[in-house]
Design a protein around this ligand. Sequence first.
Ligand SMILES: [Zn+2]
Length: 268
Amino acid sequence: MHKLFYLRIYYFIGLIIGLLSIETKAEIDKFPADADESRQIVLPVRQICMGKPWSNIVWIHLHDDEETSRQVALQKLSDLRQGCLIDLPHGGRREISINTAKVSYSFDPNRIFTVNGRQAALHCRRGDCAFALTQLSLAVEEMLSQYLQQSQLIVALHNNHASGLSVLTYQQRAKMANVVRQVAINPEQNPHDFFLVTMQQAYDFLSQQGFNVVLQNNIEVSDDGSLSVWAGRKQIDYINIEAGIGHNKAQTAMLAAVWMYMQNYHIK
Ligand SMILES: [Zn+2]
């Protein structure tokens, strides 16, 4: 009688441990780390291709909570049956968070592309913060060399909120300091739907079609570690398609204009 009771208890405990270990394994599968954490995945980069990749052009989506722009990009690639999108899925949040036994930190994935930018962007909560910065720097350098360094055109896709960024923000900045070279505003367009570009050629092409466009001053722009700052320094043609969240139609039209630009200037 007692023996059977204890057997049942042991069976029950075994079952619980088994379930717990499955749960732990699933967590590890999502975010693998080895013993010394040197191979921890800090930037969960995935490349989604819909046919043949472009050799000199990259489309990129950095903020996981900006779903409109991801869907617009994937739909366009699907229609074109070519090209790739670099995407960073990280739990549907704007920031990426790293939590291990050794260190706990988070950062905005569009503030990490320069040395100063990522030092300012890294919010270290616990543990070896110097290690966190080294780990993040290695991951960024690897991402840049693998996907972005060789590109001639980078097309980034973002969304903003009604109370957030708009072309009017840049108009104000242009008045305050020399960080913006030119701003084109079409009063018929929603101010939240605008392009931020690094090259005069892209500014001219897109503004002539009646879009809101900001031309970054690649020399004077403040170093916030964003991809536009990095691309400006490297003299890479960079176009950020920035649209209000939920503005599918507007962002689709903006991406169609960029596709025309790609065909005119970058696809031989
Ligand atoms: Zn964004």
